[in-house]
Design a protein around this ligand. Structure first.
Ligand code: SF4
Length: 148
């Protein structure tokens, strides 16, 4: 990507009190899912929650973000690492893509090491279908520990 990319972030409502610290830090440092932008300029044009299960705000937030110029919507890492992970990730992804023609990336900040340890213990991510969802934010141990 060479020119500026406008992005929106939708977080899991379980973390609605989150001030966005990890997402904003990783956005600035181009870590986790934001590494795809490398040195390219990005601008955050929307940030909100799904409004709770089963994610009623995905429809409205997606529309507003795209109207505000979003080219990519990131589904925050909290959707993957929550206990349990969000069961609607694939639905959100497919809906946003087909309804608004926007690119969707699963993940924002690197997966914190403590979540990797717990989900490994629980076997949450054992199924191979998790791999493409985890890859953008798995990073390495040093970075994961920095996001604990
Ligand atoms: S688990 Fe999914 S639908 Fe439920 S609050 Fe979190 S992101 Fe929203």
């Amino acid at each position: 990507m060479t020119s500026k990319t406008n992005i929106g972030i939708i977080i899991c409502d379980r973390y609605r009190r989150c001030a966005g610290g990890k997402c904003l830090r990783s956005m600035k440092k181009r870590e986790g899912a934001f590494s795809i932008y490398a040195e390219a300029e990005i601008e955050l044009v929307g940030y909100t929650t799904c409004d709770g299960c089963p994610g009623g705000n995905i429809e409205y937030a997606g529309e507003e973000m795209v109207k505000n110029g979003a080219q990519v919507i990131h589904l925050a890492t909290g959707m993957i690492v929550g206990y349990p992970p969000c069961p609607y990730i694939e639905t959100f992804k497919s809906f946003l893509k087909h309804r608004y023609g926007v690119d969707v990336v699963v993940g924002t900040h690197p997966i914190p090491e403590k979540y990797l340890e717990m989900h490994t213990l629980l076997g949450t991510w054992d199924d191979a279908s998790w791999k493409p969802l985890l890859d953008p934010t798995m990073t390495d141990e040093t970075i994961r520990k920095a996001y604990n």
